[in-house]
Each structure stands twice: as structure tokens, then as C-alpha cells.
Design a protein around this ligand. Sequence first.
Ligand code: ZN
Ligand code: ZN
Length: 346
Amino acid sequence: MRAYTYIERGKFELLDKPKPELEDPRDAIVRVTLGSICTSDLHIKHGSVPRAVPGVTVGHEMVGIVERVGPAVTSTKPGDRVTVNVETFCGECFFCKRGYVNNCADPVGGWALGCRIDGGQAEYMRVPHADQGLNRIPDTVGDEQALFVGDILATGFWAARISEIAEEDTVLIIGAGPTGICTLLCVMLRHPKRIIVCEKSPERIRFVQEHYPEVLVCGPEECRHFVSRHSDHGGADRVLEVAGADDTFRLAWECARPHAVVTVVALYDRPQTLPLPDMYGKNLTFKTGGVDGCDCAEILRLIEQGRIDTVPLITHRFPLSRIDEAYRLFENRQDGVIKVAIECGK
Ligand SMILES: [Zn+2]
Ligand SMILES: [Zn+2]
């Protein structure tokens, strides 16, 4: 089968590999129907994920059809259409029992797929702990509708959940990339009084204005002033930092009102400073990433009910045979790309 593979820093290649086999009674083999490319894949390509193993099949956003399951798997069976969770977790350890599945103590717990073990930019993949890692897609929900459930949508849902958003709140979301928009959709489900999105790219600003006209939009330069004018207590009640740019962490806490919650969803390339003397007296609560992706069943229900729709994020579609081209487009942000869908059977 064909599998897009991390060869070395700067180089991914579509290789021919043997089809994966069941290795543990809790494994499932999934025939991948649709995959996507995530910014984290680019981090691997650029060598900024030290845990990534050369030779590994990349890709951790995908949906597919269960081909085979080990004898211990009970939640899915061959033929089921499923989402695959970016995180592998056992469901039984100290962290899993508390919903902190990102920190699962299993040797392959956390983000392993497409990083430490083979992922899903391939025709087939092995999913460990399949009872936790797979969720059945409702019949009325299409593959494209479900494509982001296991990764960026799980991230947005988690970020909105931990940010303690109330109906009287002004919520600031910094960054309107794919994860920023997923975060926006999940914040909207909580109906805060106002949502402000801060974004630099004119293309992304247009996307937000076109699809979510009820949301206020501003650029990073005017953000502090804009937020203080459009909030009731001199700053945002909740700030969700999804941009991960050089100055957006600072922007996040500066735009927050005293006693606000600041949730850091972003993954930074460089260390950030927490200048405590400057924020003394603001009494902020910081919450930091990464995602505990254990709400996929609920997210699928919301999609089924028509309350979350991420299909507009898919701007381009490619067969697996042309995945190099898809990466070039995504990496260089050409042609207004937000997300690409990769048809892994083609
Ligand atoms: Zn990702
Ligand atoms: Zn666990």
C-alpha cells in the first residue's frame, strides 16, 4: 500500500509499504477513506518535533472504514465508518479516568499516530486502543463532515470547554486558521454575549466575515483598543490564544480583563515569557494545551444535529497519489487554502 512517510528533516515521500497487521487484541485496522494535512505535520517535516521517528507514516486527521478488529475490541466492527482520534489512550490509567487523555500513561499514549507510530496519510492504518481511538460516524454524516472531529475540532471543543464561558462573556479568539475557526464554532455553541476574532490575514478575515457575520473581527494592531471598546469590563472575559505567533501570547493576556481566563491552545515554536511583574494585580488564570480529545462522540452528535459544520474549511481536494502537491499548496498557503482533503483510496 502507499504511505506518505517522514524520511528525514525536510523530506516526506509516498512509499510502498506492507499493509499494517493487528499487533494487539485491542487494535483495529482501518481503511482510510479521507485524510487531511495539519500544521503539526509541517512541524514534523521541518524537524521541530523531536519525538517524530524517521520512517513513520505521517497523518493524524482521518476517517475511514474498519477493516478488521482484534478480539478485545467491542465498540466498532468491520464495515463501520469511523473517525480516528489523534490521541491514543487506554481509558484506564489515572489520567484517562479523569479525562486527561493527552497524558495517558500507556507507552503509546498521547499524540503517537503519524508521529511515533504509523499514521493515516496512507491507504490503511493500525489504530491501537481502538475502543477509545475510534468513533462510529452517524449514517447521515458524510466523511467530509467528520474529517476534523479527531484533531482540530476536538481541539476547538476542548478549548471552549475548559475556558468556562458564560452567556454574559466577551470572548476573544486570537487566530482564525483552521484550529481557530474550529475553536470559534465551539465557542459559538456556548452563546457568549460577544465573540471577537483577531486575525492578521485579509483572506482569513474575509472567510470569518463571510461565514460568521455575527462575529466581530479585528487585526492584531488595533486588537487591544478594539477589545476594550467592545467589552463590558475593560477587556475580554475569556481569551483563547490559537495563533501561536511571536507576539500573540502577550496580546492574549494584555487583552484580558482582571480575573479573566486565558486559554493557550497554540503550539509555539519558541519559548514565551510570562512577565509576572507586568501582570501583577490582574489575577489571571492561565490554561495551557494540548487537547484532551475525548469528546468525539459528542462532537459527532452535534454535527449530526447540524450545530457544527466544518465542511467550508475544506477548500481543496487531492488524491493520495498527488499528496506532494497538496503539501506544497498547504505549506505555502497558496490559492486561499484553509484545509485540504486527501482521498486515500485514489
Ligand atoms: Zn493536528
Ligand atoms: Zn490512559
